[in-house]
Write a protein that binds this ligand. Structure first.
Ligand code: GTP
Ligand code: SPV
Ligand code: MN
Length: 600
């Protein structure tokens, strides 16, 4: 049963079947009956482990090959006919060459296996901002995760209709998980994604980074909208009004945490509340009233497990309590539940670490090992989220008042500042740099440029992407969201974070909202508007955030910023312009202006 009469879909699936030669083809209708059969099969084959169904109802566990635990940016390609269209931030290969090379790897790869055909919608079904994708895969793990992360099943085809050709074609095979032959390839001009030899989240849940960011950013440029690596949250103020904010932080830099923030006591008492619309991806388009509206194209959270606990992010923890899938965390064998670093202070004695070895968790961690992989994850349905926004399924999205950029910066970047205008804000986005994390393979803790937190995800030339940002600003005019930058990760001389972060980030959101409403003044500095020290509310954290600490948090060090500007000029010239990216003149002018203000 093929679930659709759409000939474009049927022809493409036929082609994929002819290429991969599976023993069976199963169309995923999304019914609980079908999903339960797949869960049962995956448990029987050992692909998934059933966890304690009393404590964690509906929850499953999965462990990936130790060579396959994160996105692989060096094996990720954007294949456009012209090389310059992929630009300097992407690996490029000629599409025909790549199709030919990968066809050899896919040829017969599903012999002895079943091909699952997954129809899904990114965005609420029926939303004018939503898009349809079809992923074929030989992995039940992928099917079960896509069920959580997207609106999966027959309804997605209803939205596509019988004649449209506007769907993203995703081909995935775990093959034999060979890292030497691992490829994550986007063909934006063909609405196509080919992924092979991985079974890890961001490489194989093709609706997520591959479609909703790489392909969608390309579509957005051509169709007048934006696909961004941003959380979306709503802040309800004491007067009942809700302000929506998006924030772009690089991978594993705090999006899920900010999206599910619980305000400090003082704020709660006064009636503040935070609602989650999305924790990773925002699709944004100007609405009829001229404002920018955002939807979350996803239907669940693929969150970093380590560090998630009752204190740091109780809402995320709650999300994982039922119908969730855990990947590469540790198992507590006493009661068949899960554990990860900082879940609590008690690593299980009777543990299985993420690679599958039975260990004494207390001794194992005391010796400096981690029980969970640093990029271990939970996949949890959005509907589990205690603070899910009532607008989550609103097809029109939510109107955005502020856009925030941020990253992990031990020094230089203050706790928060505001851009002078959209163009300056676009410059600030282009200047995001952050210390690398375990979300991608490679060294951790190295400062790298990550413009708009989108470096691994811009599906076309970064110069054109910046130009698109500037165009969107022109289109939005005075209705454009205000743009800010934050840094939760400033450190003291001993490497300790000097801002408490997490729930206390509400104090910064408070200032940002007041700036949007025009109810608080600011200091005009060389880099942007900074809060007056007394305007960041520290009630309840005065012991930790003393006036001296606040001075450090809000410092704009002339020497460091002179270096920063020099580095940005080098980056634009050497890493972008000299390598085929057209840096918009307006961004160079912003650099000049900051430099002039610093030297005044
Ligand atoms: P991706 O899913 O990879 O895109 O990550 P993310 O941006 O959603 O990051 P997440 O919220 O999962 O946080 C990643 C790590 O940053 C976790 O270890 C958190 O504990 C830590 N973190 C998040 N917010 C803060 C904060 O305000 N302060 C500090 N110090 N750490 C934070
Ligand atoms: C990220 O790395 O930004 C993630 C996890 O959100 S993944 O889905 O693997 O990309
Ligand atoms: Mn992410």
């Amino acid at each position: 049963m093929s679930l659709t009469n759409n000939q474009n879909v049927l022809n493409w699936v036929d082609e994929m079947v002819a290429l991969c030669k599976p023993d069976n083809v199963v169309w995923i209708d999304g019914s609980e009956e079908q999903l339960n059969a797949l869960r049962k099969e995956a448990i029987e084959t050992g692909e998934m482990i059933e966890l304690n169904q009393e404590k964690l109802p509906g929850c499953l566990y999965h462990r990936t090959n130790p060579n396959d635990v994160a996105r692989v940016e060096d094996r990720t390609f954007i294949c456009t006919r012209k090389k310059e269209d992929a630009g300097p931030t992407n690996n490029w290969c000629d599409p025909q060459e790549m199709y030919a090379k990968l066809s050899k790897l896919y040829d017969g790869v599903m012999k002895g296996r079943t091909m699952y055909v997954i129809p899904y919608s990114m965005g609420p079904i029926g939303s004018p901002l939503a898009k349809v994708g079809v992923e074929v895969t030989d992995s039940i793990y992928v099917v079960l995760n896509m069920n959580i992360m997207t609106r999966m099943g027959a309804d997605a085809f209803k939205n596509l209709g019988d004649v449209s050709n506007d769907f993203v074609r995703g081909l995935h095979s775990k093959a034999d998980v060979n890292p030497e032959e691992r490829y994550i390839v986007q063909f934006p001009e063909d609405n196509t994604i080919w992924s092979i030899n991985s079974a890890y989240g961001g490489n194989v849940l093709l609706g997520k980074k591959c479609f909703a960011l790489r392909i969608a950013s390309f579509q957005g440029k051509n169709e007048g909208w934006m696909a961004e690596h941003m959380l979306i949250l709503g802040v309800k103020k004491p007067d009942g009004d809700i302000k929506y904010i998006t924030a772009a932080f690089p991978s594993a830099c705090g999006k899920t945490n900010l999206a599910m923030l619980i305000p400090p006591e003082g704020y709660k008492k006064n009636g503040y509340e935070v609602f989650t619309v999305g924790d990773d991806i925002a699709w944004m388009k100007p609405g009829e009233d001229g404002r920018l509206y955002a939807i979350n194209p996803e239907n669940g959270f693929f969150g970093v497990a380590p560090g998630t606990n009752e204190k740091s992010n109780p809402n995320a923890l709650h999300c994982t309590m039922k119908n969730a899938i855990f990947t590469n965390v540790a198992i507590n064998n006493d009661d068949n539940t899960v554990w990860w670093e900082k879940l609590d202070k008690n690593p299980p004695v009777n543990a299985t670490e993420w690679k599958g070895a039975k260990v004494n968790g207390v001794e194992y961690t005391a010796a400096g090992n981690t029980l969970a992989h640093p990029n271990s994850r939970f996949t949890a349905p959005a509907e589990n989220c205690p603070c899910l926004s009532s607008e989550f399924n609103n097809p029109a999205g939510v109107p955005i008042s502020a856009i925030i950029f941020g990253g992990r910066r031990a020094s230089t970047t203050p706790l928060v500042y505001q851009s002078f205008d959209w163009t300056h804000g676009t410059y600030i986005g282009s200047a995001v740099s952050s210390e690398t994390t375990a979300a991608a393979t490679g060294a951790v803790g190295v400062l790298r440029h990550d413009p708009m937190a989108m470096k691994p995800f811009i599906g076309y030339n970064v110069g054109d992407y910046w130009a698109h940002w500037l165009e969107m600003g022109e289109k939005l005019g005075d209705k454009a969201p205000k743009i800010f930058n934050v840094n939760w990760f400033k450190q003291d001389e001993n490497g300790n974070f000097i801002w408490p972060g997490f729930g206390d980030n509400m104090r910064v959101l408070d200032w940002i909202i007041k700036r949007c409403e025009g109810t608080v003044d600011a200091d005009e500095t060389a880099i942007g508007y900074l809060p007056k020290k007394e305007d960041i509310n520290v009630e309840g954290i005065e012991d930790e955030v003393t006036p001296e600490v606040m001075d450090k948090l809000l410092a704009v060090d002339k020497e460091l910023w002179t270096k920063e500007i020099a580095e940005m000029r080098r980056y634009y010239n050497e890493d972008i312009a000299a390598k085929g990216g057209k840096v918009p003149q307006a961004l160079y002018e912003e650099l000049d202006k900051i430099e002039a203000r610093l030297n005044k």
